[in-house]
Structure formats: structure tokens, C-alpha cells
Design a protein around this ligand. Structure first.
Ligand SMILES: [Fe+2]
Length: 326
């Protein structure tokens, strides 16, 4: 018998707090218990764990291959020696990307393989704001009326960060950017069903967020309206939304195949540093296609056309439809 206690979040359709274990030193039976609770609840909060980069990577690897591990999710550059540089300007591409993530999304749906699990561990947090919020796409799907379930069965949407940055912020990053930005703003769009059958629980959930656009078979207007209404439906009920006020030492782990999330604003002149680890999806259930596959052409075409329209529509928004400087 382990000492693990799992307490569901009060008045919420999903999520639980897990205590009574040390994530840095976790037995196989304890991991199995946590993994089952993770699948059941959709996200787990682990207070007072104080994971560092290595322990964040080690815990993440127990769920599968990593997309990345132990990465600084911060508003300042982290140097090799562990020190931090000056706080990034709000106009930098990194901060534009961070601000973009203040809109509901699931991670890496804009890549060939969408993510399985996201994990954040709090090291430096602002006194106010900067929460991470989660929303439950499973109970959101269950609460849809039958006509909507029928309407969306068989429909898909393209997913792209070039789209979401343009649509949410009027930000048109360079698709040939270096390093991270080349991986994120790459000019591809990946087609994914609006209803996802969860590969480990077999349960259906909605699968839409800020990166989704261009439902094939619908007009642009119908598509925008449908995607917006589905997201608003999910987040429009308090029981489906959890807002986490970070405390140093917390680790938050969520199922990217079932939960939406977003960051909340804070005073960007103050430091914020969380350690991020992301587990890759299973190609059997999270692979759309690769850029070299013939299907990718339709995504690039849909994105090019969408961005052409958005350049005009968003020119008065926050970043003014300009190309970011790095
Ligand atoms: Fe995210």
C-alpha cells in the first residue's frame, strides 16, 4: 500500500491534488497509481515537490518519449551557469509567443505529432496573476446536445501557430525563424478531428483550441463560428475550468489530449520561471502527417489563404500585423 492520497478538485468535473509521494523518488507501483489517477482526472496537482530540471525530465520520461524536458518557461534568458539575463521586451518573439498562449489551446497540435502530457514546475512566480488555467474537453463534449455531436462527428480542423498568432494578436512571425521559432512557426497546418477518441481511456472529447481553423467542407465564416462556439461552450461552465495560482514547489501535470489550458497575464516586468517538460504523443493516435506527405499540401494552401485574409483583418490589433523582430 502506498501513502498516496488523490483528492478531486472541489466542484470541478476534472482534476485532483495528489500528495503522499516524492516525485524525485517514485516507485513503480506509485507511478502506476498516479498514472491511473492522471487518466481518470485529466490533470494532477502535486504541491511541495520542488522538482529541478533533471527530476522534471526523469518524471516526464515515465510517461513516454519527451518532446523536450527541463526547459525554462521564463520571461528572461537562462544562461548555462543557471543565472538569468534581463527580462525580455514584450515586443520580442518569445514574449509574443507567451502572450499568445494566454488563449485556450492544447500543446503541439500544430506539429505533426500532438503532445501527450505537459508538466510545469514552479520555481519563481509573480505575486499576482500568471496563473495556469485548464479546461475539460471531455465533460465539455459530454454536455453537447445531440444535434451538435452529430454535426461535428466526422469534421476536422487545421491546426497552426502561424494562424493562432495572427488571429489572436495580429502577429505574423517569420516562418524561416531560427531554432525554436522554426519549429513553431513553420508554415504547415495539420488536420485533426474535432472529436478525439482518447487513446488510453477510449472516451471521446472535443479537440479544438486557438490553433484550430479552416474546417474542410464549411465556409470560413461557418468554420470560425463553429470553432469559437465549441471553445466557448467548454470554458463557459465553471465546473469545467480550473485556475491554478502557483506556489513555488508546485508541479502541475495535464493530459494534452483531453484538456485545454492557457496562461494568465501578470506584470511582465517581474520574473516568472517554471520548468517545462512535454511528453510526445503516440504516433498511432497523435500523428496527423509529416510535411513531406501529400496531405500536407492542403494544409499549406489553407493556411496561406487564411493568413492573407488575416493580414487585413488584424492590422489594428496588438502587434499591428507586422513581422516580429527577434
Ligand atoms: Fe501551452
Amino acid at each position: 500500500m502506498s501513502d498516496i492520497t488523490i483528492v478531486p478538485m472541489a466542484n470541478k468535473a476534472f482534476g485532483a491534488t495528489a500528495t503522499g509521494m516524492d516525485l524525485k523518488n517514485l516507485g513503480d507501483d506509485e507511478f502506476s497509481e498516479l498514472h491511473a489517477a492522471f487518466l481518470n482526472h485529466g490533470f494532477l496537482l502535486f504541491p511541495d515537490q520542488h522538482l529541478d530540471e533533471e527530476s522534471s525530465i526523469a518524471f516526464g520520461k515515465r510517461f513516454g518519449d519527451l518532446e523536450f524536458g527541463g526547459a525554462p518557461m521564463a520571461n528572461q534568458k537562462k544562461h548555462e551557469d543557471g543565472s538569468f539575463g534581463k527580462i525580455y521586451d514584450l515586443q520580442s518573439q518569445l514574449m509574443r509567443t507567451n502572450v499568445g498562449n494566454e488563449t485556450w489551446h492544447t500543446d503541439s497540435t500544430y506539429k505533426p505529432i500532438a503532445s501527450r502530457v505537459a508538466m510545469l514546475s514552479a520555481v519563481v512566480v509573480p505575486e499576482e496573476g500568471g496563473q495556469t488555467e485548464l479546461a475539460d474537453l471531455r465533460s465539455g463534449y459530454e454536455a453537447l446536445d445531440d444535434a451538435t455531436k452529430e454535426l461535428i462527428a466526422g469534421l476536422s480542423a487545421f491546426h497552426s501557430t502561424n494562424f493562432s498568432q495572427a488571429n489572436d494578436l495580429g502577429d505574423f512571425p517569420d516562418t524561416n525563424g531560427d531554432g525554436l521559432y522554426g519549429e513553431v512557426y513553420h508554415g504547415e497546418a495539420y488536420l485533426r478531428p474535432l472529436v478525439k477518441i482518447h487513446p488510453e481511456t477510449g472516451k471521446p472529447n472535443l479537440f479544438v483550441g486557438r490553433h484550430a481553423f479552416g474546417v474542410p467542407g464549411l465556409s470560413r465564416e461557418e468554420s470560425r463560428k463553429l470553432i469559437r462556439s465549441l471553445i466557448e461552450h467548454v470554458v463557459g461552465d465553471d465546473s469545467r475550468v480550473y485556475s491554478h495560482d502557483w506556489v513555488v514547489g508546485d508541479t502541475l501535470l495535464w493530459d494534452n489530449r483531453r484538456a485545454l489550458h492557457r496562461a494568465r497575464p501578470y506584470d511582465y516586468s517581474k520574473p516568472r520561471y517554471l520548468i517545462g517538460t512535454r511528453v510526445a504523443g503516440d504516433p498511432a493516435s497523435e500523428l496527423a502527417y509529416y510535411p513531406e506527405d501529400p496531405e500536407a499540401e492542403a494544409g499549406r494552401k489553407a493556411l496561406t489563404e487564411e493568413l492573407r485574409v488575416l493580414r487585413d483583418e488584424t492590422k489594428d490589433q496588438m502587434y499591428g500585423a507586422t513581422t516580429a523582430s527577434f
